[in-house]
Design a protein around this ligand. Structure first.
Ligand code: COA
Length: 176
């Protein structure tokens, strides 16, 4: 892959962002990648309203990766209290995965949250059934804190669960 350009998302990127996130997380298209939520959840991962509220919030933002005019990756960054950053919605186009862009987006998100939010630690939440993804986050320096969060069953904005035992574990990394 040629080196993608990274920049903050703007409101006019929302349709492309929505399409990218859905293609990476859900449904048949996502199975072209090495990790997906397709076996765990149907329905949507996000929507235009959710993305608009992220982009209008000074405590959050989206970093995007572009190959020319094509959006190929994104990552949500957020301030979650004094010295604490959070990232989520990390997505790479399924056909372009496993070439280092995901790792690069995590590294740039960590640096951006340190610079912009004064983050000293970064937290993420991951569905515990996703063991290969958890192993990848461990290789990136994230460690399970032992905290668990409930899955928002009944809120269709987060998708339609295919099983009844979903939750999140919290992982954390201290930035150097
Ligand atoms: C998670 C995601 C962003 C990673 O992006 P990516 O561009 O593939 O990431 P990279 O190329 O930097 O890294 C891929 C890693 O997966 C590993 N990998 C590749 N195929 C694998 C497989 N079948 N099983 C396990 N690990 C695998 C690679 O060895 C590599 O690990 P390394 O960085 O330690 O060498 C991407 O898979 C994605 O968009 N997934 C769907 C959305 C999602 O699940 N997001 C995270 C939710 S919390």
């Amino acid at each position: 892959m040629t080196e993608p350009t990274i920049r903050d998302a703007i409101v006019s990127d929302i349709p492309s962002l929505h399409a990218l996130v859905e293609s990476a997380y859900r449904g048949e298209a996502s199975r072209a990648g090495w990790t997906t939520e397709a076996d765990l959840l149907d329905g949507q991962r996000t929507d235009a309203e959710d993305l608009a509220s992220i982009l209008s919030d000074p405590e959050q933002g989206m970093l995007t990766a572009w190959n020319g005019d094509a959006l190929v990756g994104c990552i949500l960054i957020a301030r979650r209290g004094e010295g604490i950053g959070y990232f989520g919605m990390l997505s790479v186009s399924p056909l372009l995965q496993n070439a280092g862009l995901g790792r690069k987006l995590v590294r740039i998100a960590e640096q951006t949250m340190a610079d912009r939010f004064g983050a000293l630690r970064v937290r993420i939440s991951v569905i515990p059934q996703r063991d290969t993804l958890i192993a990848w986050y461990e290789r990136l320096g994230y460690v399970a804190t032992g905290e668990a969060l409930p899955f928002p069953y009944g809120d269709r904005r987060f998708g339609l669960p295919k099983r009844e035992d979903l939750s999140f574990i919290v992982m954390e990394k201290t930035l150097r």
